[in-house]
Design a protein around this ligand. Structure first.
Ligand code: ATP
Length: 217
């Protein structure tokens, strides 16, 4: 059973760290496809995204163009109110069926805060998690709550265990993507510095053409 991966984020904007995560996951988990899910109103991030839903979705399409196994799924972008991963996963599970393997791709920074997500324990009944270490934010279990560790540690498994069951395992991808962040791109753009090499040229050109991220946060 080849898993379907789900990759949520704000993508404000998408960058080579995101592309690297998707490529690593594709190779190491022997995926069927990846659905990229840009968030509408990511309540976890405090403020609203700086670029509109439309800009973020177009930049994602530019970044993944030609990659036929990666599809941008816009369902969260147009949802009103906070974007809850639980709702998205529940909906996808209903569409895809109870037996298919789903894997949520996530960086170590976001995973270590999973216990702040809406209905977080129930997420394990809907998906596996594949965690990738961000070189800037290694998964430091010392910073995780004991409640979180008690839930996740018994779930640690080998990469290909994600093919044996529909949900419930936590696996660790083996290479770290480049240490880029959307924050770095926004800050560099606001300072008038180049962002070439941090995200594909088509995205750099789009940011320039539409004068995105020129205002300091
Ligand atoms: P920001 O700087 O605005 O917080 P970000 O660069 O972390 O944004 P998000 O859209 O929030 O980008 O990230 C979506 C997902 O991708 C998260 O799970 C995050 O941990 C992961 N991710 C982002 N950048 C990297 C990277 N360089 N390496 C590995 N994972 C990453």
């Amino acid at each position: 059973m080849k898993p379907i991966a789900l990759f949520g984020g704000t993508f404000d904007p998408v960058h080579y760290g995101h592309l690297g995560l998707a490529r690593t996951a594709f190779a190491q988990l022997e995926l069927q496809k990846i659905l990229v899910l840009p968030a509408g109103n990511p309540y976890q991030k405090g403020g609203l995204p700086l670029a509109s839903a439309d800009h973020r979705r177009i930049m994602l399409r530019l970044a993944f163009q030609g990659d036929f196994q990666v599809l941008v799924d816009e369902r969260e972008l147009w949802r009103t109110g906070a974007t809850y991963t639980f709702d998205t996963l529940f909906e996808l599970r209903t569409e895809i069926g109870a037996d298919a393997s789903l894997v949520w791709l996530i960086g170590s920074d976001a995973f270590s805060r999973l216990d702040t997500w809406h209905r977080w324990r129930e997420l394990f009944g809907l998906t596996h998690f594949a965690v990738i270490d961000r070189s800037t934010h290694k998964l430091a279990t010392a910073h995780c709550s004991s409640e979180f560790l008690q839930e996740v540690e018994p779930r640690f498994a080998g990469l290909l265990d994600t093919q044996m069951s529909p949900s419930g395992a936590v696996v660790f991808l083996e290479t770290s993507p480049p240490p880029v962040s959307s924050t770095e791109i926004r800050e560099r753009t606001a300072r008038g510095e180049s962002i070439r090499g941090l995200t594909p040229d088509a995205v750099c050109d789009y940011i320039e053409r539409h004068k995105l991220y020129l205002i300091k946060e």
